[in-house]
Design a protein around this ligand. Structure first.
Ligand SMILES: [Zn+2]
Length: 91
């Protein structure tokens, strides 16, 4: 499994977690405002994990980040098998 497939799999899991969270929130019990639900923590912490993971996808040769390529959200790209800058293998 390459980096791209791993990332797609993790994003798929995150979407499922968000759906689970939304679904459970609609049926949450009243009077539990201070109680942070497990599905909320799960979706949030997994989301943070994905961000950290994508930030760490770097080229071993030139050090270029493969997902966050710039400072804008529009610079987000799916990582390929090779570095987009120097063509070095990312495996
Ligand atoms: Zn590179």
């Amino acid at each position: 499994m390459n980096i791209k497939h791993k990332l797609q799999l993790m994003l798929g899991i995150e979407i499922i977690l968000i759906i689970v969270h939304k679904f459970n929130t609609n049926h949450s019990l009243t009077g539990s405002d201070n109680f942070i639900e497990w599905h909320y923590i799960l979706a949030l912490s997994f989301g943070i994990f994905i961000i950290i993971y994508t930030l760490r996808i770097k080229c071993l040769k030139c050090g270029a980040r493969q997902v966050f390529r710039g400072f804008s959200i529009w610079d987000l790209r799916m990582p390929e098998d090779k570095c987009y800058k120097c063509g070095h293998s990312l495996r």
